[in-house]
Structure formats: structure tokens, C-alpha cells
Design a protein around this ligand. Structure first.
Ligand code: UDP
Ligand code: MG
Length: 312
């Protein structure tokens, strides 16, 4: 027998979950019909929803024994939900899917074939268009992927979704990474493994609203850079070095000028500008260092990634 676990992070998805369940059931039933050795389980992670998501999931669990769930004590974020799902999945293969049907279940059979028959450890998806998304958001998203791939040695694929099927080995590798600042897109790249990519056009969510504001995405992108690159620290050091050199040249210039032309007192306005400029750069570099320090501080606390209130 081979077990396929489907992990579904849900945060305020009371409207989407029933649609999701019906769609996924259709696909898994047809997969089971053509492969008698296949079993599936659904693991919903209720990420501290404030609406009726948990009761909807409980309702599904009552009529379908292959449904399981973990309910968080508060909202811990999608990354934590994915971690909890991976921890609770028992499958030989595990797939992560959003509750809003933006990850088309119809792709699942093909993704499953890639890991069972074609020798891949993982099959992942990326959207090639960002149709239906605000233009500014797409623009910054593209800039972000370009930047982070320059800064980090870990490959982070533009447009990659969290919709991905993985072998047990890859799931265990991801679970062995216990960091609290979880940037899953980087973690996938970091653990490696042979991945087949599936591409599709962006699909809009069936119901409910996106949980991502522009501000949240911006903070998330900084988190991603800090988690997978230390280049900004090197950049701060280089900037410091560059300004030391400039200062050195200026000192020599001023000493020579004073010796040759005497010492007329002038140039205060330009002096103030230079002070402010250098002061700004210093604060910026300290901010960069502070960002890393803050992350290191949070990691040393070794707090749990999530707290579950109820599971079944
Ligand atoms: N999600 C979650 N915790 C959060 C935010 C989102 O578990 O704090 C879930 C959400 O319910 C959905 C998935 O993560 O199943 C993707 O969220 P969303 O659709 O809002 O993101 P988008 O598709 O717009 O990137
Ligand atoms: Mg979505």
C-alpha cells in the first residue's frame, strides 16, 4: 500500500474548505480507482482561524475517516502550518495545497506520477503569469526574486507555489530544519533533491480573500533575504571600507591644501551635508546588522514553531 497525505493550511477559509474538499475528493477518488494500492489522507491545519473553519473541518472529519486536522492556539502563519502538516503527515508521499483552489487539484495525478514512476523526489509548481494580481505587486515580486537570487546561493524560483508533492525523504529533510524563521521557498531549494516543475497560469481564489497585504509581503521578503543570505552584512562592511578610503583621500587633500594655501575657514555647509550623509549610512548599516541580530535572538529562544490546541 502507498499512502498520499494532502496537507491543507487554512486560515479563515470557512467558505473555501467545502469547495476544496469536493474538488480534491473527485481527484483522489479517480486516482484510487486506477491504482488499487493507493490510500489518501487529508490533513487540515486550522491556523487559528477566527471564523467557523474548524467546525467545517470537524464536520468533514465526522463523515470521512481519512480527514485529520490540527488546530493552532492562535494564528502562527502559513509557514508554521506547513511545518505542522508535514509533522502530522504519515504518507509515503506528501502534497501541500492551499484551501482556496488556487493550486489546481487536477494536476495532482501527473505530479504523483512524477514522484512514483519518473524517479523524481519532488514535483513542484510555478505560475508563469500573475494574472488577476495588482500590477505593482507583480512588479515588486519580480524585483524581489531577482534580488534574492543574486544575494543567495540557494535557488529560489520565481513564481514557485507551495503546491508541491514530496517523497518521505524530502519531507524528513525539511522537518529536520527546525528554524523558527521559516522561509519555505528557500527551504525547498536548500534541501535540494530532484524536482520536476509544472507550470500553470494563475488562478483566482474560489472564495474568501487573500491574507497578504503589500506590507506583509514586504516584511516577508526581507525575512527571506535574511534567512538565506548574509550578503547584506558583507555589503555593509564594503560600504564602510569604501567610505574609509574616501575619508583617507580627503584628509590628504585637505592637509596638502592647508600647507599650500593656508587655512581659510570655509565649507561648513558642505561639512554638515557630509555628516548627515555618513550618519545615514552608519544607521542603515547598523539596521542591517540589527536585522540579523534580531533573527539570531529569536532563534536562540528555541520557541516551538506552533502550538496545537486540538488534533484528531
Ligand atoms: N494561510 C494560513 N495562515 C496564514 C495565512 C494563510 O494557513 O496566516 C493559508 C490560507 O488559508 C490558504 C494559503 O495559506 O490556504 C494561502 O493563502 P492566501 O490564499 O491568502 O495566499 P495567496 O494565494 O494570495 O498567496
Ligand atoms: Mg490563495
Amino acid at each position: 500500500m502507498s499512502l498520499l497525505s494532502i496537507i491543507v493550511p487554512c486560515y479563515n477559509e470557512e467558505q473555501a474548505v467545502p469547495f476544496f474538499y469536493d474538488e480534491v475528493k473527485k481527484v483522489t477518488e479517480s486516482m484510487k480507482a486506477s491504482d488499487k494500492n493507493l490510500e489518501t489522507e487529508l490533513v487540515f491545519i486550522d491556523d487559528g482561524s477566527a471564523d467557523e473553519t474548524l467546525s467545517v473541518i470537524r464536520g468533514l472529519r465526522e463523515k470521512d475517516g481519512s480527514v485529520h486536522f490540527v488546530s493552532f492556539s492562535r494564528n502562527f502563519g502559513k509557514e508554521a502550518a506547513i511545518y505542522a502538516g508535514l509533522e502530522h503527515s504519515r504518507g509515503d508521499y506528501t502534497v501541500i495545497m492551499d484551501a482556496d483552489l488556487q493550486d489546481p487539484p487536477a494536476l495532482l495525478p501527473e505530479m504523483y506520477r512524477a514522484v512514483t514512476e519518473e524517479g523524481y523526489d519532488s514535483a513542484a509548481t510555478r505560475r508563469v503569469t500573475r494574472k488577476g494580481e495588482p500590477v505593482i505587486r507583480s512588479f515588486f515580486a519580480r524585483r524581489f526574486y531577482r534580488l534574492i537570487n543574486k544575494l543567495s546561493k540557494t535557488e529560489i524560483v520565481d513564481g514557485a507555489r507551495d503546491y508541491r508533492i514530496m517523497s518521505r525523504k524530502m519531507v524528513d529533510a525539511i522537518l529536520s530544519m527546525k528554524e523558527v524563521n521559516r522561509f519555505t521557498k528557500g527551504i525547498y531549494g536548500w534541501v535540494g533533491f530532484k524536482t520536476r516543475w509544472f507550470e500553470y497560469e494563475n488562478i483566482e481564489r474560489v472564495a474568501g480573500e487573500t491574507k497578504w497585504s503589500f506590507w506583509k509581503l514586504l516584511l516577508y521578503s526581507i525575512e527571506g533575504i535574511v534567512a538565506f543570505s548574509t550578503t547584506p552584512l558583507a555589503f555593509a562592511a564594503m560600504l564602510g571600507l569604501l567610505f574609509t578610503l574616501i575619508a583617507f583621500v580627503l584628509i590628504i587633500f585637505i592637509v596638502i591644501r592647508t600647507l599650500v594655501f593656508g587655512d581659510p575657514t570655509s565649507g561648513w555647509p558642505s561639512m554638515v551635508c557630509i555628516f548627515v550623509f555618513i550618519g545615514g549610512i552608519q544607521l542603515f548599516c547598523m539596521g542591517v546588522i540589527g536585522e540579523y541580530l534580531a533573527k539570531a535572538y529569536m532563534e536562540t529562544k528555541k520557541r516551538p514553531i506552533y502550538i496545537s490546541k486540538e488534533e484528531e
